[in-house]
Design a protein. Sequence first.
Length: 258
Amino acid sequence: MPREHGSWAVLIAPILVGLAAAGGGPPAPVALFCAAALGGFLLRAPLQSLLSPSPSPGAWAWLAADGVAAAAGALPLIFVYARWGLLGFAVVAAVLMVLNLRANLARRAFSFANEILGIAGLCLGAPAAFYAARGVLAPAAWQAWVLSAAYFVGPVFDVKAAALRHRAFSDASCRSDWERMKFLSLAYHAAALAVVCLAAFFKWAPAAAVLPFLAALHKTWSRGRLAPGRVDFRRLGFAEAGYSVFFALSVGLGFFSR
């Protein structure tokens, strides 16, 4: 199973936002898409294990089970509901998964490039869910993707800043890196909020989308004022999950009420 707990939020929230942007949809295609997305998401962990020097016992069984789940959702969507456009999303997702696996095996799992590519790929669940529900793509589908990707890139900066704060508590040489990461995190969140406010003003995004970006900026500013200290990463993870729920609810309801 995927060990990165944050990746579950990046999988689920964009799908919910995409479905909200579509105004819901027929239950059967929506359920089939969720099964396909979950199966495809779970494929990465056994694949990475099988490609490593010491594969985990049962990796082949997990790979087969996840592949069956993905196919059970995708094949009816394509052949029964004629959602042929999902093949394009599948190709992009497969390419991004290969790049992610290569980076992970090369011990570059936490590089900015790898994490941002992974987020961009998982957030494609928003337009893919929109298409699965409606059978067509519309500007709202891509708005849901941009909002999701822009939001979930933010925690990449936040978690790296938290890790440097943790290290700076016992290693003073890390303080300059920590200060730099705090500045980058604050700058990113401020820029993201400004862009979303502009998009909401011109009605390119729901007005409610401003709220989670404002909350994220406040969170980043508040954490930036803390002194070096030990970080409870489990508690940090739960906090980020809570912010992700707030994002999905705010943006989803904003799209749904349009």
